[in-house]
Unconditional design. Structure first.
Ligand code: AP5
Length: 223
């Protein structure tokens, strides 16, 4: 018999490094990465009705209304691959109502990782962020530059990454809301210093997840 797969939530301010860590985590742990922002950007790109509505909120750095986001995430979590391999939920829940919806549907995390990064660093990260449209990999002009000229030439910027939006997000980042969401996961929160270089941040997360997996396996052994 196999131990239950990992169920991980990762949270932090915009540009705190969630997507970057998720890339590293999925590579090692083979979890299904579910990013609310990526699901939304896919809707925007597809030009669906939900996508058109979502875009207005995203450009302003505001939360997209629950009626668009909640079912979208719930459906992805319910798919067979997420259930079998385990999941890594990125950028969700961002409000108490989203967290309540997840609980209601029975999705509880083993662990809730919070990346802590101060505001002045966040702005610089949003502005320098670039994406490789071919591989989907996240780069930063200064901290994580592309490996080759060829990649450098094709890098794009996210439509919602402007300096203006960066400030907007930072100043409207609803602290209280964050605190309320955190309090719902109190017993499984682990705070990680997100200002460290990305490999160091990952090595902390890696230790936490390895230990968690070992606990799950030994719990199984003692049954
Ligand atoms: P979303 O896509 O979730 O964006 P976000 O929260 O703004 O997070 P980001 O993707 O911007 O940042 P990240 O933490 O993944 O950082 P990254 O790894 O890229 O959401 C976008 C929008 O969708 C929201 O504004 C909202 O409108 C909507 N939305 C999403 N979820 C929603 C929800 N649940 N409900 C309602 N609406 C929702 O890193 C950033 C940069 O820093 C990169 O360039 C990277 O290379 C660099 N970097 C990363 N780590 C390091 C490091 N350790 N040192 C130096 N540089 C680093």
């Amino acid at each position: 018999e196999k131990a239950e797969p990992l169920r991980v939530m990762i949270s932090g301010a915009p540009a705190s490094g969630k997507g970057t860590q998720c890339e590293l985590i999925t590579k090692k742990y083979n979890l299904v990465h579910i990013a609310a922002g990526d699901l939304l950007r896919a809707e925007v790109a597809a030009g669906t009705e939900n996508g058109k509505r979502a875009k207005e909120f995203m450009e302003r750095g505001q939360l997209v209304p629950d009626e668009i986001v909640v079912m979208m995430v719930k459906e992805r979590l319910s798919e067979q691959d997420s259930q079998e391999k385990g999941w890594l939920l990125d950028g969700y829940p961002r409000s108490v109502s989203q967290a309540m919806a997840l609980k209601k549907f029975g999705f509880d995390p083993d662990i809730f990782i919070l990346l802590e990064v101060p505001e002045e660093i966040l702005v610089e990260r949003v502005v320098g962020r670039r994406l490789d449209p071919v591989t989907g990999k996240i780069y930063h002009l200064k901290y994580s530059p592309p490996e080759t000229e060829e990649i450098a030439a094709r890098l794009t910027q996210r439509f919602d990454d402007t300096e203006e939006k960066a400030y907007l997000i930072l100043f409207s980042f609803p602290e209280n809301n964050v605190e309320a969401v955190l309090s719902m996961y109190e017993d499984v929160i682990v705070k990680v210093d997100g200002t460290l270089p990305k490999q160091e941040v990952f090595s902390k997360i890696d230790n936490i997840l390895t230990e968690l997996l070992e606990r799950k396996e030994s719990a199984l052994g003692s049954l």
